[in-house]
Structure formats: structure tokens, C-alpha cells
Design a protein around this ligand. Structure first.
Ligand SMILES: Cc1ncc(COP(=O)(O)O)c(C=O)c1O
Length: 335
């Protein structure tokens, strides 16, 4: 497993000036899309595989199985191939076709779960399928990103320190999207220890149960979940923002219109939460949004008018966009 040890390298940040309500604000975006398979889950996959290998070596030919909405699957596929093991990805009806194609092309066996879980998603159905397959095949190894402490730990050791270093002493607020809650729990553990003054905002989706709330329709892949996080406690964050899909889409599209850069859905949600905080009595002076992935995978959803029509959100997105632009929103990326 030596080949996995050096797999995590620091991702860059870009500096953005955000004009809003007559003032200019400083924002850093941390681009996890620049990891080897395009998302922050390259870190998580490394931490998980090193952990299960430590418990019992992953000898060539071992079958690794995991429930994933896409990003962790792509990350595991790359690493599992490197160590000559076999990977079964349990995905669901919402996993985008380009992600399915990429998984299949890298030799992954796909199991697609199409039965909604009654909580606005498919997660509980996916987890049931993984458990059934593990019972039927006791040799299968399940990293279990929803429970394995190696998930938050890799972010405590890598993502957290990078944020502190890149944000500098002025950094006062950090926005982190949640699904398993592993990214946020790890970042928070590090920030609370070394920079307790930084305000941490959990960015969740409406209809998600990760930070409380009630289950319901969720449209943005990778953001939120049909269950509470095993890793987060109320002390892990200072505020939770539940972003509706129309706000996510409006933020992603406005950022793309101004900068030419397409962010992923959960990154747009973090951006929208940040904009909301600019109306607070004490707005962030220097904030950082973790951007878990880029916009390429969302060309058929967040950036697609036909998809928007099919979700009946076209008018709602137009409303949010008009409101943001009337408030003078403009993004400028400094190079
Ligand atoms: C698109 C996206 N959003 C948000 C997250 C945060 O997820 P988690 O809470 O599972 O660390 C991830 C993690 O990879 C992601 O891929």
C-alpha cells in the first residue's frame, strides 16, 4: 500500500472579489476539483483504503464494495486499480451518466439502486444493497464512508491544515458542504484545535437530514443525505445553512456568467450560504469556501435549462438570480 501513502497533495485556492450591496468582499475558493479524479473524495478514498488495509491487507484480487453517489466511486476506482483489486460501486438513479460511464471505463462493476428510500434520496436503499452483498460474500471489504473514522481523519490531517495555511491569519469564516459529514468533521477538528476563532458553516441542502431538518426532495448530487452524520456533533459547526436547489443553481450560474468558471453544485451552495452571510451585521471579512468538485459533471443538471424545466425550478432560479443581481452581485477572480 506504499503506493497510496503519497496520494494526497494540497489543492490550490483562488482569490475572488465579491461585489454585493455596494461593498467589495474577499473570498477564497479551495478547488478540490484539481484532485486526481476531480473531487475532494480522492482524499477520503485514500484515508479509507489505508485504514482497511491496516486492519487486514488488501491483497491483489480483493473485492472492495462501497455505496457512492459518484465522486467517492471515481476516487476508489483509481486507487483500487492501482493495487490490483476489484471494485463494486453501488450507485443510484441520480448518479450522472458521465460518472457511470467513467466508472465502467475504469473497470468498476456497477450496481444501480433505483428504489427511493422514502427520505428524498436513495442512500438507505444503497446501504441495504451493500449489506446484502457483504452478507452473501463475506470476503468483500466495505470501507463504509458513513461510519469509518478514517473519513474525517484524513481531512483533519490534510484539508484542515491546508485551509489554515492558505487562509492566513485574516481568515474568519469557512463554508463546508456536507453529505457524510466527514469533510466538515475533519476540518472542524483541526480548526477548533488551532484556530478556534474561525466560524464554521455547515452547508446542507433542503430536504437533507445531515444537520437536522426534515427529509424531502433533493436535486443536487453529492450534497446532503437521507440520514444524520455519524461524525458531526453540534460543536462541529457554528451554523448550518440549508440551501434550496434554486439558490444553488442561481449561484453556480451567476459565478459562471461573471468568471467563466463552472463550480459543482455543492460549491455553488457554499457560495450562496456565504452571500447570505454578507447581509449579517458583522459579515465575514475573509471567508473560504471549500469547493468539493467542479462543474463538468453538472452540465446535464445545474447548467442545463431543459433539466431545470423538468424540475419546475426555472421561475424560482430566475427570481433568485434577479434578487442577487439587483443587490449588485458581481464576482471577479483575481489572477
Ligand atoms: C459534490 C460533493 N459535495 C459535498 C461533499 C462533502 O461530502 P462529505 O460530507 O461526505 O465529506 C462531497 C464529498 O466528496 C462531494 O463530492
Amino acid at each position: 500500500m506504499e503506493e497510496l501513502r503519497d496520494n494526497v497533495t494540497a489543492t490550490p485556492t483562488s482569490f475572488v472579489v465579491v461585489e454585493y450591496r455596494g461593498r467589495a468582499h474577499e473570498l477564497l475558493l479551495k478547488h478540490e476539483s484539481l484532485n486526481p479524479t476531480g473531487s475532494i473524495k480522492d482524499r477520503t478514498a485514500t484515508g479509507l483504503l489505508l485504514d482497511i488495509d491496516r486492519l487486514k491487507p488488501l491483497v491483489p484480487g480483493t473485492v472492495v464494495i462501497e455505496s457512492t453517489s459518484g465522486n467517492l466511486g471515481l476516487a476508489l476506482a483509481r486507487l483500487v486499480r492501482q493495487i490490483d483489486c476489484h471494485f463494486i460501486a453501488v450507485v443510484d438513479a441520480r448518479t450522472p451518466q458521465p460518472t457511470r460511464d467513467a466508472l465502467t471505463e475504469s473497470g468498476v462493476e456497477l450496481r444501480s439502486v433505483d428504489e427511493p428510500d422514502g427520505q428524498g434520496g436513495y442512500l438507505l436503499s444503497r446501504l441495504r444493497t451493500v449489506r446484502e452483498l457483504c452478507l452473501a460474500h463475506p470476503g468483500h471489504r466495505w470501507p463504509n464512508q458513513y461510519h469509518n473514522r478514517a473519513n474525517p481523519l484524513i481531512h483533519e490531517r490534510t484539508t484542515g491544515p491546508e485551509i489554515v495555511r492558505q487562509g492566513g491569519p485574516e481568515l474568519d469564516t469557512v463554508y463546508v458542504a456536507v453529505s457524510t459529514g466527514g469533510t466538515l468533521a475533519g476540518i472542524s477538528a483541526h480548526l477548533r484545535a488551532v484556530a478556534p476563532g474561525i466560524r464554521i458553516v455547515a452547508v446542507d441542502s433542503t430536504g437533507s437530514l445531515v444537520t437536522g431538518g426534515t427529509g424531502g426532495r433533493r436535486l443536487i448530487a453529492g450534497l446532503g443525505a437521507s440520514r444524520a452524520s455519524s461524525f458531526l456533533t453540534p460543536a462541529s459547526y457554528d451554523a448550518a445553512a440549508r440551501v434550496p436547489p434554486e439558490a444553488t443553481v442561481a449561484a453556480c450560474r451567476a459565478f459562471h456568467e461573471d468568471t467563466g468558471i463552472r463550480l459543482g453544485g455543492s460549491s455553488g451552495s457554499a457560495l450562496y450560504s456565504y452571500l447570505g452571510d454578507l447581509t449579517r451585521r458583522t459579515p465575514p471579512r475573509r471567508a473560504l469556501c471549500v469547493c468539493p468538485d467542479g462543474g463538468q459533471k453538472y452540465l446535464g443538471t445545474v447548467y442545463d435549462d431543459a433539466w431545470l424545466d423538468s424540475t419546475s425550478l426555472t421561475a424560482a432560479v430566475a427570481d433568485v438570480t434577479r434578487r442577487l443581481r439587483e443587490d449588485g452581485l458581481r464576482f471577479h477572480v483575481e489572477v
